[in-house]
Design a protein around this ligand. Structure first.
Ligand code: DGY
Length: 330
């Protein structure tokens, strides 16, 4: 009896050709063609008959969508964060899920340092100042920022990316502290309780996953603990920070500056009050956006799908208790 070829839905139209070809060797690939990510309705249509879905953090994979995708057996997100996946709903339906830990660690750590330097030395502001024709004199008081070297770095969330950020701090002669659920030090950083870390750090950078427990981890109370000369950097998830409280702290000078790659709503509306503040630098969720790393993330997501379709355990599973059945086509 001939087995049916599995159907794979892929939501990223620019997925590298070689990755798409590898998937095509295993079955039929339905590649999303829109210039914007699919809406929930469009996603349900794309993945309605699929056995596997390769998605990004733009798509919410919840019970409502899964109701409409009865054949789905594997969901592989090309992101390390997985707050957009309802893991409980996936597991209840016997759908194996994976993310892409490891492959984007160093790239996100690089971006984080770019934002740290930009915030502390006012690089975004300086760029706008020059382009806006405001630069009239090479003055000693023009765009004066703070120093990074010799300062104190506070890392919240000490997984792979937090640790990669800590390693880079040695080049700036910084004292490094971190906060994570479990206390524990390593050669690069010393664990501190959250409130203490906030009050002693010159730079606070966020690397925790978004969960119900970390939602608005940094709110008005926590911002008030920080030094008025401190900067806050977020390359993790926007909702770790109460954005309204942050805008107020930046506006009143309670905080020196922030550099944000992620926002509570993405894309952030251009008229959001926080974007009107000169001491807030914003980038469009590009922490892992180097071409090589993008390729690696999509490739690992595809490898997870291919393993699952072959009845093998996923390489980087989120719910390893779910074992995909061979072929995936039902
Ligand atoms: C990730 O991998 O989680 C990045 O933030 C992209 O979504």
């Amino acid at each position: 009896m001939e087995t049916e070829r599995p159907v794979m839905a892929v939501t990223w139209p620019k997925a590298p050709r070689d990755v798409v070809s590898r998937l095509q060797q295993a079955g039929t690939v339905k590649l999303w063609a829109g210039s914007l990510p699919p809406t929930p309705e469009e996603l349900a249509e794309l993945a309605g008959d699929a056995n596997a879905l390769l998605c990004t953090s733009n798509e919410r994979i919840d019970a409502r969508l899964l109701e409409r995708c009865p054949r789905l057996k594997i969901v592989a997100t090309a992101s390390v964060g997985y707050d957009h996946l309802d893991l409980k709903a996936l597991t209840e339906r016997g759908i194996a899920a994976s993310n892409v830990p490891g492959v984007l660690t160093e790239t996100v750590a690089d971006t984080t340092w770019g934002l740290i330097i930009a915030a502390v030395r006012r690089l975004g502001e300086g760029d706008r100042y020059v382009r806006g024709g405001e630069w009239k004199v090479v003055g000693l008081d023009v765009m004066v920022g703070l120093d990074i070297h010799g300062g104190t770095l506070g890392i919240i969330g000490y997984g792979r990316i937090g640790q990669a950020v800590a390693r880079r701090a040695a080049g700036f002669d910084m004292t490094v502290y971190h906060h994570d659920r479990e206390p524990g030090d390593d050669e690069h950083s010393t664990w501190k309780p959250l409130d203490e870390l906030l009050s002693i750090s010159d730079v606070v950078t966020l690397h925790a996953p978004l969960t119900p427990q970390t939602h608005h981890l940094i709110s008005a109370r926590e911002l008030a603990l920080m030094k008025p000369t401190a900067v806050l950097v977020n390359t993790a998830r926007g909702a770790l920070v109460d954005q309204v409280a942050l805008a107020e702290a930046l506006r009143t000078g309670e905080l020196f500056a922030a550099a944000l790659d992620v926002f509570e709503e993405e894309p952030i509306p251009a008229d959001d009050p926080i974007l009107q503040l000169p001491n807030c630098m914003a980038t469009p969720h590009i922490g892992s956006a180097s071409s090589r790393t993008r390729g690696k993330t999509v490739s690992l997501a595809a490898d997870n799908i291919l393993a699952g379709l072959a009845g093998q355990p996923l390489l980087t599973p989120l719910n390893p208790e779910v074992q995909p059945a061979s072929s995936g086509a039902t």
